[in-house]
Every structure is written in structure tokens, then in C-alpha cells.
Design a protein around this ligand. Structure first.
Ligand code: NAD
Length: 295
């Protein structure tokens, strides 16, 4: 089977490579040529626009930064819908606003094109080893058709509800991750400045109630002062913006999320928008004038 893949960044590249490894033929597009070349070297075919991708396949996967890019790639001039045929399927795996997913799906439906929103969690390491958690919104029948393909990129694939429900679930995920990183940062800076090696703190607590996937993924980065992304602060600001907007729409005050959002904004202003989100610790380190590094 031939699948289209658009958006070959930190996540899209390894996800596309896993589909190639599983034996699917891929037709790919990205605006960054180096990313395209790397996936072509692994066996994919490159074309010059999203429209050309869609005209060669019956299923297109997108893995783009945010709602505006997904709208441009799917609905814009030279976009997926210009090349798609009735009965084709778009799986948008980007993390975007739930409302935007509904808008794109409605425009696709006018052409008889089906859509799932299927954002992921797990970051680059899990994209590489094909063990992402995938949260899906859309029709049951379309989900059933696509599940095996999604399982080549993830180890858990869950239908969360109608279109948009995948991204609503992802917003909940991003709130939990952001608040966890902030809690870890606050605690490690406290412990380190109070005189205990933060590596010892991490090792002592990781098996207890404070242990978590976030702690195991991010504490080693903090302790080594390694803030290479991973998941960029700029993208997490985008997710928290989507969470805060959705919260306003449905009427849920997000007290802690709004505070962590301001921390991330401060880091962005300080030139760290392209750092990994574990750099939240640097916000605390500046306030406390102390770094939580391994001794
Ligand atoms: P990225 O910035 O590394 O990759 C995005 C890719 O999209 C880039 O290669 C870029 O050139 C391409 N692109 C942008 N506009 C385009 C256009 N108009 N046409 C074609 N290509 C275009 O981002 P990423 O980290 O791979 O994240 C992608 C999505 O996955 C985001 O929504 C992000 O929030 C989500 N996500 C990321 C992670 C992570 O750890 N990096 C984890 C889970 C989810």
C-alpha cells in the first residue's frame, strides 16, 4: 500500500521511517529539503506539493507544527484536498486545536474525504522505536480501517470520540506534562540549593510515588544541562495556548497551566523557544540563582 506523508520534522521523520520499515510505500513532502532527502534515502519518493502527494495515494498522514500549517497544507492552494479523491483518508497526527481539526474535517467532507485527528505522545525516542501513544478522533469505521497502520508507529492507539477528541485528549496530556516538568524543576532546584546532589535526589525518589515517565525522561536532561529538543518550548506554548483557548470555550479555569504558560513565555523571551521543554528548570534556576546539575 502507498501512503502519503507530509511534515518530516523531529517526529515525522522517524514515524515515516517506521512505515517504510513495515513495508509501506511512501510519497513524501516537506518544505525543508534536507528532511525530505533523509527519508528518500530510506526508500520514500519525494514530490513537489501536498496536492501531488494526495494525487498518488488514498491515505495522507500529516505531522505539522500547528493548526495554521495543517489548514495551509490541507485546504490551501496546491493542498491535499486539490489532489484528493472521494473516499480518501487524511490522518492528521499533528497536535492542533480541536476546533481546527473539526474545521479541516468539515472541509474535507465536502469532497467526500474522511479525516481522523490522531495526535501522539511519547516524544522523539518513542517515535524512533515505534511505541508512541496515539489518541484518535473520528468515525469508528475509519478508525478500524487505519488502526493497523497507526500501530506501526505506536504501541497504544485509542479512539477517544468524534473528530477533535484526539486533540482534546492530547491537550489534557500536554497540561499534565507541562505541570510535571514545572514540579520537577521546582523540587530539583530546591533540593540542590539546600545542599543535596540532585542526581541523588532523582535516584532516591524515582521508584516512589513521585516517580513518573516525565521524571525519567526529563530529570537526566536537567542534571546534564542538555536542553537539545526533544520537544521545543515554542511547541509547548502552542499546546498550552490551545488548552487555554479550549478551556475558555468550555468554561474551565486552568490555574496551574496559566502559570506554567507564563514561565514558558519568559523562557521564550530569554531566547530559549527552541530549547527542550525541560529548560523550564532554567526559569527556576534564574530566580534561585542556582543550577540543579549533577555534581
Ligand atoms: P518540527 O518542527 O520538528 O517538524 C515540523 C515539520 O513540518 C518540519 O519539518 C517543517 O519543515 C514541516 N512543515 C512546516 N510547515 C510546512 C508546510 N507548510 N508544508 C510542509 N511541511 C511543513 O516539529 P515536531 O517536533 O516534529 O512536531 C510535529 C507535531 O507533533 C507538532 O504538532 C508537535 O506539537 C507534535 N508533537 C511533538 C512531539 C515532540 O516530542 N517533538 C511529541 C508529541 C507531539
Amino acid at each position: 500500500m502507498k501512503i502519503g506523508f507530509i511534515g518530516l520534522g523531529i517526529m515525522g521523520k522517524p514515524m515515516a521511517k517506521n512505515l517504510l520499515k513495515a513495508g509501506y510505500e511512501l510519497v513524501v513532502y516537506d518544505i525543508i529539503q534536507a528532511a525530505v532527502e533523509e527519508v528518500v534515502a530510506a526508500g520514500a519518493t519525494a514530490v513537489g506539493s501536498p496536492k501531488e502527494v494526495a494525487s498518488q495515494v488514498s491515505m495522507v498522514i500529516t505531522m505539522l507544527p500547528n493548526s495554521p500549517q495543517v489548514k495551509e497544507v490541507v485546504l490551501g492552494a496546491g493542498g491535499v484536498l486539490e489532489g484528493a479523491k472521494q473516499g480518501d483518508i487524511i490522518i492528521d497526527m499533528s497536535s492542533i486545536a480541536p476546533l481546527a481539526a473539526k474545521e479541516v474535517a468539515a472541509a474535507a467532507a465536502v469532497k467526500g474525504v474522511e479525516m481522523l485527528d490522531a495526535p501522539v505522545s511519547g516524544g522523539e525516542p518513542k517515535a524512533i522505536d515505534g511505541s508512541l501513544s496515539i489518541m484518535v478522533g473520528g468515525k469508528q469505521a475509519i478508525f478500524d480501517q487505519c488502526k493497523d497502520i497507526l500501530l506501526k508507529m505506536g504501541k497504544s492507539v485509542t479512539l477517544c470520540g468524534d473528530i477533535g477528541a484526539g486533540n482534546t485528549t492530547k491537550l489534557a496530556n500536554q497540561v499534565i506534562v507541562a505541570l510535571n516538568i514545572a514540579a520537577m524543576s521546582e523540587a530539583l532546584v530546591l533540593g540542590a540549593k539546600a545542599g543535596v546532589d540532585p542526581e541523588v535526589i532523582y535516584q532516591a525518589i524515582r521508584g516512589g510515588l513521585a516517580g513518573s515517565t516525565v521524571l525519567d525522561a526529563k530529570a537526566p536532561m536537567v542534571l546534564n544541562g542538555n536542553f537539545k529538543p526533544g520537544f521545543k518550548i515554542d511547541l509547548h506554548i502552542k499546546d498550552l495556548n490551545n488548552a487555554l483557548e479550549t478551556a475558555k470555550e468550555v468554561g474551565v479555569p486552568l490555574m496551574l497551566t496559566s502559570q506554567v504558560m507564563e514561565m514558558m513565555q519568559a523562557l521564550k523571551v530569554d531566547g530559549k523557544g527552541q530549547s527542550d521543554h525541560s529548560a523550564i528548570v532554567q526559569f527556576y534556576e534564574k530566580l534561585a540563582n542556582f543550577e540543579a546539575r549533577k555534581k
